[in-house]
Design a protein around this ligand. Sequence first.
Ligand SMILES: Cc1cc2nc3c(=O)[nH]c(=O)nc-3n(C[C@H](O)[C@H](O)[C@H](O)COP(=O)(O)O)c2cc1C
Length: 174
Amino acid sequence: MSLLEMLQKRHSIRRYTGEAIPEENLITILQAGLLSASSRSICPWELVVVKDKELLKKMSDCRAGSAKMLAGAEVAVVVIADERKSDVWIEDCSIVMSNMHLMADCLGIGSCWIQGRLRTTAQGQETEEYLRDLLGYSDNYRLEAILSLGMPQSHPARRELSDLSMNKIHWEKF
Ligand SMILES: Cc1cc2nc3c(=O)[nH]c(=O)nc-3n(C[C@H](O)[C@H](O)[C@H](O)COP(=O)(O)O)c2cc1C
């Protein structure tokens, strides 16, 4: 399958069957993240991999409502970065998230990006702080996002190239 075909097929998946993710596939997804491009090749990121069901359930409260799928996920990968190492850690970590999301899809594993940065819990605590308490990363580490992973309950339809908003593309001038 070409990369474009893969991108047409890609979707955010929030419902999982409960079937285990093969360990070698999880490692492949993490490797895809580590292969990401990074400004000045600093790679300021760290990946916290959570499989413990109790912990995943607690993590599902890291946002008011947009992280509930973590309670039914097999794995969560929390992407954090040392902000002292790079002023573009957000961009770097976004590429890590995207590469893992695509790699998961390529392996038939469902995943969803959960926004962490700039978000809060239902009680108003910063998501970053809530997860810092649970996962133990120190103050210099900033939260980017969380990738939930699980075997997909359904496979949404692929997008057709003919449906793309080609008017978003501006040639030579806006
Ligand atoms: C930066 C970013 C933040 C997102 N945050 C969340 C989130 O917190 N919770 C969630 O369920 N989905 C989240 N998503 C997934 C989007 O809702 C999803 O990509 C969008 O609805 C389009 O659906 P698709 O990915 O299936 O094409 C996020 C996606 C991105 C790129």
